[in-house]
Design a protein around this ligand. Structure first.
Ligand code: OAD
Length: 252
């Protein structure tokens, strides 16, 4: 048996014995759904400079430029994406009564598509656009891209309901996440580089509240060996699928 197989069994045992699991997810959980991550090899920030495209000042300065490159590309990718085995595995853990809340840094809506019902979208949601003038909302998949930037009937420019760099996390998302992080007995940290605060502080809150912190990621992160109890090195979909199969056997 490999080290990874051993750790998968250990995680399944830990989860089967838990009563309140919370997951923190990042871009890595959606990689197997065809959505590229931000950092690392093949990451979005390798192709484009986030300060030039993902900062609120850049958007306000030149919305057409940000729409034409970043938002349009995101729409193309997110429109096609379907939940993978990691999203489905977390939905199954909720069905089994173990997982209570998903805190996600992702804006792709794939946790809800998989069936999780309590999802805190820490960095907002790409499913909707909001007019910057009249605040009228439009579903992203229905937005008309013949004109860039797309405009509302009132003439105002649409922006996605996501957090750009330089914007604050909605306070209700932050406080609900902090509460969820403090209430769990296991926090699963899946597919995040854990370098963007305050999201990366949620596992610290869990740890300080007495929870076990388990990472699933092909690479180590700043949490590894400091905050997390152990890391299962591997792809989110593959690892989560195996863990959930083991959990089902343990609690049936
Ligand atoms: P990152 O792109 O920083 O990190 C992705 C993580 O996923 C890395 O640790 C990878 O090793 C890991 N990874 C890659 N493939 C994986 C796979 N198949 N399974 C599991 N893990 C895999 O993404 P985030 O941590 O989500 O913010 O980034 C945090 C925030 O930074 C994002 O929400 C976004 C970005 O700038 C905003 O846009 C406000």
């Amino acid at each position: 048996m490999t080290v990874t197989d051993d750790l998968i069994k250990r995680a399944a045992k830990d989860l089967a014995a838990a009563s309140h699991v919370v997951a923190l997810t990042g871009a890595g959980i959606s990689v197997e759904s065809g959505i590229p991550p931000f950092r690392g090899k093949g990451g979005l920030w390798e192709k484009i400079d986030p300060m030039e495209y993902a900062h609120i000042d850049a958007f306000l300065r030149d919305p057409a430029k940000v729409w034409g490159v970043l938002i349009k590309e995101m729409k193309d990718v997110v429109d096609q994406a379907l939940p993978n085995d990691a999203h489905k595995g977390l939905a199954r853990l909720e069905d089994l009564g173990l997982l209570k809340t998903v805190i996600t840094q992702n804006v792709d809506g794939l946790h809800q598509a998989a069936g999780n019902t309590d999802v805190i979208e820490f960095h907002g949601s790409f499913a909707w656009q909001k007019c910057m003038d009249c605040h009228n909302r439009c579903e992203t998949r229905k937005i008309n891209l013949e004109q860039i930037p797309p405009r509302c009937n009132c003439g105002g420019i649409f922006r996605p309901e996501v957090i750009f760099f330089g914007e604050l996390i909605p306070p209700q998302h932050l406080s609900r996440s902090q509460l969820a992080a403090s209430q769990c007995d296991i926090m699963l940290v899946i597919g995040t580089s854990a370098v963007v605060q305050p999201a990366s502080l949620m596992p610290v809150i869990s740890k300080e509240s007495g929870a076990k912190v388990i990472e699933i990621n092909p690479e180590r992160t700043p949490l590894t060996g400091t905050v997390s109890d152990y890391i299962i090195l591997g792809k989110a979909g593959e690892v989560t699928r195996k863990i959930v199969t083991e959990v089902e056997q343990l609690i049936s």
